[in-house]
Design a protein around this ligand. Sequence first.
Ligand code: TMP
Ligand code: ASP
Length: 237
Amino acid sequence: MEKRTELYRGKAKSVYTTDDPDRLILLFRNDTSAFDGKKIEQLERKGMVNNRFNAFIMQKLQDSGIPTQFDKLLSDTECLVKKLDMVPVECVVRNYAAGSLVKRLGIEEGKELLPPTFELFLKDDAKGDPFINESHVVTFGWATAEQLQRMRELTLQVNDVLKQLFDDAGLLLVDFKLEFGLFKGDVVLGDEFSPDGCRLWDKETRKKMDKDRFRQGLGGVIEAYEEVAQRLGVPLS
Ligand code: TMP
Ligand code: ASP
């Protein structure tokens, strides 16, 4: 499948049309963004690592019965996906306190959250991806109550599958963000799953192995992503 025209250029990925109106190509770039695009840098190999990482995770989720947008890898930095009508809402699950939860509520970083929290954010950089609740989603028409219920159910299923997968690799899945879309009326997991959109800590040392290394200027960003990939058995080129 060949790329046609650029449909959308995000902060880290570009989206292209294809000859098939139901399929798109995602191109994972080396651009690395944080703080709603206020910090952007190019990190060598990141496009390849995240593309291959995402393919591996989406395949695992698919195998567990979670519908995803992912079809197949096309190259080091590209994959073929179903064209979804995206819901502009980010679903965040937290197993341990970190990031904006710590800032917002003053919870101690690293505290285990039982049961895990489920939060919603509006995907809108200009507004700083504000924290929203379920009534906002329905009232403003971003999704129906039924679609939102399905998004929540799928997000918690993803948490069950991935918590175990990362645990087996000696990693704590601290939190993560998912985005969903509609394909022929069904709610389907879209976007990507990579260390750009989750927090992963080494189980023993609690070393940060995700995009917090970039946000906090800790260095060794791609080295950490590659170590996570290697521990999971993700084939990298
Ligand atoms: P937060 O602590 O900043 O709210 O983020 C929670 C998790 O969701 C963290 O793993 C980062 C991820 N996330 C994104 O990848 N993009 C976003 O726009 C937001 C709000 C969160
Ligand atoms: N993904 C968002 C951005 O690129 C938020 C973040 O990761 O800090 O700005």
